[in-house]
Design a binder for this molecule. Structure first.
Ligand code: C5P
Length: 220
C-alpha cells in the first residue's frame, strides 16, 4: 500500500481516456502513465524481432527487457523514436493480442507500478483500477458507444491525411472490445467502485472536469 495518490482511468479504445487522463495529470501536476503504450511497445518489439505474437514465453521475455523510455513527449525503443510507429493499426492489433497473454501482463506489472511517484499519478489503461492500482483513490471508467468512438478515430485519421472507412472502423472497434472484454486475465471491465462516465454526448473538457470533481470528492 502506498500513500501516493493514483487516479485510474480505464475504458475501451478511442473513448477519449488518453486525452482526458493527460489533461487531468497536467491540471494536478501529476505524473502520467499511458499503459497501452507499453503493450504497443511490446508488440512492436516482437514484430521487429520476428517473434510470433502468441509465443508467450518469448514475448514476456521481451516485455521484461523492453528498452522503452518516455522523454520530451516522445516514446523510444532503444535509440529509435517510435512515437508514430506504435500508433499504427497493425501495432494496436498486435498489442491487443499480446495483452491477452498472462505472462506478458505479469511482466509489465512492476514497470507500471514504478510510475507511482510523488505528488501522484494518473494512469490510463484497461485494468488500472481493477489490477495494477486496485488501491487507487479515484477510479473512472470512461465509455462511449462504438459508433461514437469509431467516428472520433475516423476524424483523427482523415485530419492526418489518411484514408479510412467508417464501417470498417466500427467493426475493428467492436472486435477489439470483444477481445479485451473476453480475455481470461485482467479483462476490460469497470472496477466495482469506479465512476462510470459515458462520453458519447460529452466533450473532453466536461469529462476532465467530472474526473477532477470525482478526485476532489474522494481525497477529502
Ligand atoms: O490504449 P491502447 O489502445 O493504446 O492499448 C492498446 C491495447 O493494449 C488495447 O487494445 C488492449 O488490448 C491492451 N491494453 C491492456 N491493458 C492496458 C492497456 C492496454 O490490455 N492496461
Amino acid at each position: 500500500m502506498s500513500s501516493i495518490p493514483v487516479i485510474a482511468i480505464d475504458g475501451p479504445s478511442a473513448s477519449g481516456k488518453g486525452t482526458v487522463a493527460e489533461r487531468v495529470a497536467t491540471a494536478l501536476g501529476f505524473h502520467f502513465l499511458d499503459s497501452g503504450a507499453l503493450y504497443r511497445l511490446t508488440a512492436l518489439s516482437a514484430m521487429k524481432q520476428g517473434a510470433a505474437l502468441d509465443d508467450e514465453a518469448r514475448v514476456a521475455e521481451l516485455a521484461v527487457t523492453l528498452p522503452a523510455t518516455f522523454r520530451g513527449g516522445a516514446i523510444w525503443l532503444g535509440d529509435e523514436n517510435v512515437t508514430d510507429a506504435i500508433r499504427a493499426e497493425a501495432v494496436g492489433e498486435g498489442a491487443s493480442k499480446v495483452a491477452s497473454l498472462p505472462a506478458v501482463r505479469a511482466a509489465l506489472l512492476d514497470r507500471q507500478r514504478a510510475y507511482r511517484q510523488v505528488p501522484g499519478l494518473v494512469a490510463d489503461g484497461r485494468d488500472m483500477g481493477t489490477v495494477v492500482f486496485a488501491d487507487a483513490v479515484a477510479k473512472i471508467f470512461l465509455t462511449a458507444s462504438a459508433e461514437a468512438r469509431a467516428e472520433r478515430r475516423y476524424k483523427q485519421l482523415i485530419e492526418k491525411g489518411n484514408s479510412a472507412s467508417l464501417p470498417s472502423l466500427v467493426a475493428d472497434m467492436q472486435a477489439r472490445d470483444a477481445r479485451d472484454t473476453a480475455r481470461a486475465v485482467a479483462p476490460l471491465k469497470p472496477a466495482p467502485d469506479a465512476l462510470l462516465l459515458d462520453t458519447t454526448h460529452m466533450d473532453i473538457e466536461s469529462a476532465v472536469q467530472a474526473v477532477l470533481a470525482h478526485y476532489r470528492n474522494n481525497c477529502k
